[in-house]
Design a protein around this ligand. Structure first.
Ligand SMILES: O=C(O)/C=C/c1cccc(O)c1O
Ligand SMILES: [Fe+2]
Length: 321
């Protein structure tokens, strides 16, 4: 089999509040190159690790990890609504293998996903349904959160399942790096309307969705203007993390502590667990024989994102029969 890894930040602020034109172009160029590589690779299946932002998962029942046997994009911000092409039998086999491997994964036959999945999938492949995709949600917004180590173990279990099963498997991560958009936290939230929205806010009215998105854009404008309110981006943290992943330094990855990450890099930095899981999946699928390279990084306050991209590829893997 052959395997490929693509990790990339997402940000729904693209097109709503953009940085300077040369920065927009630089990111677009990076996305375009990754997209061409994927086109050439022609994946048989994509394992997509990403986060949700209270659009598909709520505090009435919040799993740490959830695999979709079927999934639909809600169409928030500029992402299209509609179904992903989830190969149900493969997703079921994957869920069974991961659970048998000791990871108590939740699953859904009607998973709703937001820009966390849809933006990266569409930007890197052209549409929601170009390739078969197994979507796996990692909770990055609602503490208590799973550890970095557990995200690594989830990814390894998926990679072990994928190993030898496909001619070409693509592992994609969408999320991170350091950032802290205005996503409510139950521990400090006092507004009953907001509390209700994060506990049970499925399928909001278009007006409610629009109002939320406008609040995020306003917060991004204030953040880029240097006004206090959101946690600062942390380029040093981001680059260290990317280097550790490229070096497959699992000891360093496992050593990250959730509260320290939140403090140093912002509450939504936990989205990088999608990078950890996808890289660990790549590692297991290739038995460690792959090269990672951090191909892009820039802190982009307008997009409230430490924006990065990391690619991994390796030689074909011979799997004993
Ligand atoms: O869900 C939202 O309203 C905002 C999400 C967001 C903003 C900036 C960077 C990200 O990774 C996000 O998910
Ligand atoms: Fe996000």
């Amino acid at each position: 089999m052959k395997a490929m890894l693509q990790c990339m930040s997402h940000t729904p602020l693209k097109g709503y509040f953009d940085p300077a034109a040369d920065v927009v172009a630089e990111v677009a160029q990076c996305v375009e190159k990754v997209r061409e590589e994927i086109e050439r690779f022609d994946p048989e299946v994509i394992y997509l690790f990403a986060s949700d932002h209270y659009n598909g998962f709520f505090l009435d029942l919040m799993p740490q990890f959830c695999l979709g046997m079927a999934a639909t994009s809600v169409g928030d911000y500029a992402t299209p609504p509609g179904p992903l092409q989830v190969p149900r039998a493969l997703a079921e086999q994957c869920a069974r293998a991961v659970v048998d491997d000791g990871i108590d994964l939740a699953f859904s036959y009607r998973m709703q996903v937001d820009h966390g999945f849809a933006q990266t999938l569409v930007e890197l492949t052209g549409s929601l349904d170009r390739y078969p995709v197994v979507p796996i949600m990692i909770n990055a917004v609602a503490p208590p959160l799973a550890s970095f180590k557990r995200a690594r173990q989830l990814g390894e279990a998926v990679g072990r399942f994928a190993r030898g099963r496909h001619a070409r498997a693509l592992f994609v991560a969408s999320g991170g790096l350091s950032h802290n958009p205005p996503i409510p936290r139950i521990a400090v939230e006092t507004d009953p309307v907001v509390i209700e929205r994060i506990v049970a806010g499925r399928n909001p009215t278009p007006e409610a969705r629009d109002a939320r998105q406008k609040r995020t854009v306003a917060a991004a404008r204030a953040f880029a203007a240097g006004e206090a309110g959101l946690h600062a981006l942390n380029p040093e943290w981001d680059q260290t993390f990317m280097q550790q992943l490229c070096a497959r330094d699992w000891r360093a990855i496992d050593a990250y502590r959730n509260d320290e990450v939140t403090e140093q890099a912002g509450a939504s930095t936990h989205e990088v667990k999608s990078w950890v899981a996808a890289s660990a999946a790549m590692d297991a699928a290739c038995s460690g024989h792959w090269q990672g390279r951090a191909r892009y990084y820039r802190a982009i306050p307008e997009w409230v994102a430490g924006f990065g991209a990391l690619t991994g590829d390796g030689p074909p893997v011979q799997v004993p029969a």
